[in-house]
Design a protein around this ligand. Structure first.
Ligand code: SF4
Ligand code: SF4
Length: 85
């Protein structure tokens, strides 16, 4: 049976994606600092941050759609989103 394929087909949407690399930059969310406020999710222009078990994580698509704008990192009140070049 054919139907509309989700872009997350084959994934559990809330997959355990803790790090995302794009444009040579790696972002990681420190779950021990994240309080699940959702600010990073609200600000991401390409909707590639999600919540799993009350903590932020990157969706599988983040590896291709994140364009390194830094918005998620800049709004985080917990300094939970780290970047390394
Ligand atoms: S750097 Fe920008 S595009 Fe990438 S996850 Fe953060 S808010 Fe989204
Ligand atoms: S903004 Fe920071 S504290 Fe809030 S959900 Fe995102 S990573 Fe967690």
């Amino acid at each position: 049976m054919r139907g509309t394929l989700s872009p997350f087909e084959g994934y559990s949407f809330m997959q355990d994606v803790k790090n995302v690399t794009s444009l040579g930059c790696t972002y990681a969310i420190d779950a021990s600092r994240c309080n699940g406020c959702g600010a990073c999710i609200e600000v991401c222009p390409v909707d590639c941050v999600c919540i799993e078990d009350y903590r932020a994580c990157f969706s599988p698509l983040a590896t291709t759609v994140c364009f390194h704008c830094g918005a998620c990192q800049s709004v985080c009140p917990q300094d939970a989103i780290e970047e390394s070049l």
